[in-house]
Design a protein around this ligand. Sequence first.
Ligand code: RM4
Ligand code: MN
Ligand code: MN
Length: 430
Amino acid sequence: MTQRIDKSLIAEENAKLESYLKEDYQALGNQLARKNINIDDITAKAEEFQIAVPSWGTGTGGTRFARFPGEGEPRNIWEKIEDSAVINDLSHCTERVSPHFPWDKVDDFSELKQTSDSLNLKWDSINSNTFQDQPGQEHSYKYGSLANTSAAARDLAIQHNLDCIEWGKELGSKTLTVWVGDGSNHPGQQHFQSAFERYLESMKSIYAGLPSDWELHIEHKMFEPAFYSTIIQDWGSNILAAMELGPQAKSLVDLGHHAPNVNIEMIVSRLIQFKKLGGFHFNDSKYGDDDLDSGSLHPYQQFLIFNELVDAEYRGQEGFKPNYMLDQSHNVTDPIESLMNSAASVQRSYIAALLVNRPQLTEYQTNNDALMCSNTLKNAFNTDISPILAMARFRKGGAIDPIATYRKANYRGIVGKLRPSSGGNGSGIV
Ligand code: RM4
Ligand code: MN
Ligand code: MN
């Protein structure tokens, strides 16, 4: 049985907040009007904004040490999309789900597509997984997949990616995202150049199987599971691979996959300039690939990234249409709550970046007025645009306060009874 949030409950909860929202919206509208910004134009942009939910993010994550299963966590893709529908019904900015194969593999993809249609969900980028062995797998990925020294292991990994494309076609997806754990743990263990050559050869076979209206997104990551060297360790190797493969190959930026303090917004700018920005995995981190909730630690960094994205949109940069997706691991929160919060946090960065006075900023930049350049950005960032986000949700039939409405619905308590824990690790420790 599909457990959805009752529409009448959303309406009831909204009714309690509606008059306050209208007051706050009016006040913010007045404030923006003084800057010649029409609040309804901005709200319309917020209504258009979409960010995909990662199927694996609906389950409880874990660390290398342990995983503490959450109450009523989804046990399969059918339940993951049920939870995703709840997130979208309340937030109305997450109509797409990004699946991970083989974790989410089913026997009948047309049935999965029908079910997702009935939940008003679409499918985002397909994520392949060659970073772990499947039961009974003939050639192990222990020493790598696409760059393995064994041709048989490489062929298996290539075939899996080609299968992912076929499954994605059935779901209506248009992108394949490839992240591999290939790398080395000891200096000298791997010949850097030969390994990269093997990787590129394998990726060429995958690229050859890509439909003409698809993109291939390459995700880099500095370390883990390999701790000395990773084959696509940074945006440099990433863009080199994407350039080598061709125009349908682009780079994907996962916020947690860089060395600490790296200027990610500048990487984003470079990728935009060379038409190689494929998309994002949003999350936040303090130390490494922490997969914390988006904007929970560095909201200004997230805003600065959107400043680059909105700038590209503003300039009408050719071919600019990156995929936005969350990629987080929720160990101590209800994943549905974290995903709703995070989607809103990313949406907030986008909306705030729309408030930047760009002609003014260009003038300050031209005059080398560093202080006013910085203040122009800070001004937009410091504007509390919460009423715009709430109004966008309200106008689309979502919840003014998604978390409060979700808690009121007791969804977690209900699915907790319907989904007894399998005791397993679900999607694995991500
Ligand atoms: C990796 C990377 C990939 C994701 C896996 C689960 O660290 O971020 O995007 O597919 O985790
Ligand atoms: Mn990622
Ligand atoms: Mn990651």
